[in-house]
Ligand binder design. Structure first.
Ligand code: TXA
Ligand code: MG
Length: 309
């Protein structure tokens, strides 16, 4: 066990905050059993209290102890995708206090696969409440440096675990009402889920902050534009930073070229949004990705990062 991980677990036990890497994005962790620790987490994150937070556990067995009346579908998905980038919303057990569920009768549970997250969860033993380690509404962090830039000294320790492999937040499936409802698309796609359980179409009524329209947003106004309209937007005379699949246009000072493969795009996305923001232009232009299912998680994050067209 690394001394760093032991120290992180001690900080959590003492009610402190530890940012740690996961395969999706970095999380800002607090002891999920401590109302005081979670209150501090919300304060640092500047997150409204009624927004529930995901509880992270070391194993499926430990995770399910936080839930009750767990349907067979949840076990099937957990066995297939945990540890990994999937969050399940289930009816809560008495372990899950109002302060992690936003006062709802459900709890969000996830078993992350990143080796450092696993090591921390094993050493700590209990549940770690962890939203993405950014201020509310900002772009999620995919490196330890991103966390420090956003949260600075408000976090007691940042565990360094390299760049997150997946790059966007976990897929969230709500199984608290029986049939599976996809609340947040992620690298585990709707098709992946549907291969194992039936997915209901309608929107669930549960609150989830990922469902807010503007989220994951850079500070510079960003606009999503179809490929064919890029040229016109660039000609508008405004100073722009561009995120696109195509080759740089020489009139544009800051241009980031993105991969044409959705998983690689997702991995790069949040760091790219930060770089575009830092370019200090009047506007960010993002070339819209394809409409196909495999791009749905990326489209979802871009839609929230950008102003409505
Ligand atoms: O990949 C991830 O899920 C990352 C890493 C750190 O694990 N975490 C993350 O947390 O994205 P956060 O708080 O930024 O987003 C969690 C989402 C929010 O939209 C929250 O409202 C929803 O999960 N959520 C958590 N518990 C819930 C519940 N009981 N019912 C409905 N939604 C819930
Ligand atoms: Mg977040």
């Amino acid at each position: 066990m690394s001394p760093e991980v032991r120290k992180a677990a001690e900080i959590l036990r003492a009610g402190g905050l530890v940012a740690f890497p996961t395969e999706t994005v970095y999380g800002l962790g607090a002891d999920a059993s401590s109302e005081k620790a979670v209150a501090r987490l919300y304060a640092v994150k500047r997150r409204p209290l009624e927004h529930p937070v995901i509880v992270h556990l070391h194993s499926l067995e430990r995770a399910l102890a936080w839930a009750r009346d767990v349907p067979g579908e949840a076990k099937v998905l957990a066995e297939r995708f945990w540890p990994g980038p999937l969050t399940l919303i289930l009816k809560r057990s008495e372990r899950a206090g109002d302060f992690v569920t936003g006062g709802q009768d459900t709890v969000g549970l996830r078993v992350p696969s990143h080796p450092l997250a696993q090591a921390l969860l094993r050493e700590f033993g209990g549940g770690i409440a962890a939203p993405s380690a950014n201020r509310f509404g900002h772009v999620s962090p995919t490196t330890a440096a991103h966390v420090r830039e956003d949260l600075g000294r408000d976090v007691d320790l940042v565990l360094e675990g390299g760049a997150s492999e997946v790059g966007i937040e976990s897929t969230i499936v709500d199984l608290s009402t029986g049939a599976a409802v996809l609340l947040r698309p992620g690298s585990i796609s709707r098709k992946d889920i549907e291969e194992l359980v039936a997915v209901k179409d309608e929107k669930s009524a549960v609150r989830h902050s990922g469902g807010l329209e503007r989220h994951y947003a850079p500070r510079t106004p960003a606009r999503l534009v179809p490929a064919h309209a890029l040229d016109k937007e660039i000609s508008s005379g405004k100073s722009v930073a561009v995120l696109a699949f195509s080759r740089p246009d020489e009139r544009v000072e800051f241009w980031l070229r993105m991969p044409r493969e959705p998983q690689a795009y997702a991995r790069r996305l949040y760091a790219a949004l930060r770089e575009l923001d830092a370019a200090g232009c009047e506007r960010i232009l993002v070339e819209a990705p394809p409409e196909s299912d495999e791009w749905s998680a990326v489209r979802d994050r871009l839609r929230r990062a950008c102003e409505p067209a």
